[in-house]
Design a protein around this ligand. Structure first.
Ligand SMILES: Nc1ncnc2c1ncn2[C@@H]1O[C@H](COP(=O)(O)OP(=O)(O)OP(=O)(O)O)[C@@H](O)[C@H]1O
Ligand SMILES: [Mg+2]
Length: 343
């Protein structure tokens, strides 16, 4: 079962190829669409909504053809655009009621759905104030509410965490997850941050220069590694237990690092040791060494990959473009030395 299918979908502008023969199937659930600035994310969403014609290829949304059934698609799909598009002088309630009416809801149902949706996105208290006075986080919530108000089967959320601070970002990601778990609505959410999607999405599609780089379940990106994360206590004899253990393991011949191997993007905690564990004997070695030093073992667990690492290691080796920048705005060089223009 799929909610979105594209086949060899391309979009060419006179000077840029925004989408390049993209073929992808997207199942129900929460799917992340990741790519650097200019990768083609917003272009894909506009084609899927039937708002922009593709140059070649086909696309279906909820089984409907984007070239013929655009208006039916837009009835069944909610859309949160990436740019600020809210009128400053009306309240969230007035605006979302208006959008609900535009989607065909009768007046009473529009008001009820608006109240429910604004409550869901956490805007209940402020809903009668003009939007012009809202913070960025509140505006993003209004944009999310108007995408949900007509009870769509699927929503396209274009960069919903843009401009949010880390707390606002986490709250928005939580809301997005609940759009699916509470209402059963499928979600396609774009981001240029690989890392933020691994907790939110069931599936991640990565595009680069309009081409499909990878489409996988989040679990496949975050496979367990052969390295063990070990955390120990400090004692009076060993005021730095982590360092004492590191030294003892190194002298016993184990490969130990205080950083997740090769993973520049992973924040390494000062109290974690990463031990390469090719076999079971390494588990015994760690346990015996910790006991020998008289330290307490807080945890010893197999480390999982972070999505961002998959692109800094595995794909570089496979000869595909080396990195999908984990942060916005990084110049995006491909292996042939070319660089994509940021939009
Ligand atoms: N109307 C247009 N005319 C010409 N080129 C365009 C047009 N719209 C988009 N492009 C180009 O197509 C490419 C893809 O743009 P798109 O907006 O889809 O990227 P994006 O992945 O959404 O990027 P961002 O993260 O910056 O939002 C870019 O190179 C952009 O400059
Ligand atoms: Mg975009």
């Amino acid at each position: 079962m799929t909610v979105i299918v594209t086949e060899s979908l391309s979009k060419r502008y006179p000077r840029v190829t925004a989408l390049d023969r993209l073929s992808v199937d997207i199942a129900p659930g929460v799917t992340g669409l990741v790519g650097a600035n200019g990768a083609g994310k917003s272009t894909l969403i506009k084609i899927l909504l039937g708002l922009a014609p593709a140059t070649e290829g086909t696309a279906h949304v909820l089984g409907l053809d984007v070239t013929k059934d655009g208006s039916t698609i837009r009835e069944r799909v909610g859309y949160m655009p990436e740019h600020d598009c809210l009128p400053p002088d009306v309240s969230a309630t007035e605006f979302v009621v208006h959008m609900a009416r535009m989607s065909g809801l009768p007046p009473t149902a529009a008001r009820e759905r608006t109240a429910d949706t604004l409550r869901h996105v956490g805007l209940y208290e402020e809903r009668y104030r003009p939007i012009g006075g809202y913070s960025t986080g509140m505006k993003q919530r209004v944009k999310l509410a108007q995408a949900l108000v007509h009870d769509p089967q699927l929503v396209f959320l274009d960069e919903p965490t843009n401009g949010l601070d880390p707390v606002g970002r986490d709250e928005m990601l939580g809301l997005i997850r609940r759009v699916h778990t509470d209402f059963g609505i499928s979600v396609l959410v774009t981001s240029h941050l690989l890392g933020e999607l691994e907790r939110t999405c069931d599936h991640v599609v990565v595009i680069d220069g309009g081409k499909l780089l990878r489409s996988s379940a989040t679990d496949e990106f975050t496979q367990v590694t052969t390295s063990l994360a070990v955390e120990v206590t400090d004692t009076d004899t060993h005021p730095d237990g982590t360092e004492a253990l590191r030294a003892a393991l190194v002298s016993a011949g184990a490969a130990v690092s205080t950083d997740a191997a090769g993973a520049a993007s992973v924040v390494s905690s000062g109290h974690l040791l990463y031990v390469e564990a090719p076999g079971e004997e390494t588990y015994d070695l760690v346990r015996d060494t910790v006991a020998g030093l008289g330290l307490g073992l807080i945890r010893m667990e197999q480390r999982r990959h972070r999505i961002a690492e998959v692109f800094s290691t595995a794909d570089a080796a496979a000869g595909t473009p080396a990195t999908v920048p984990a942060t916005a705005g990084a110049p995006h060089a491909t292996q042939d030395g070319g660089a994509h223009d940021a939009a």
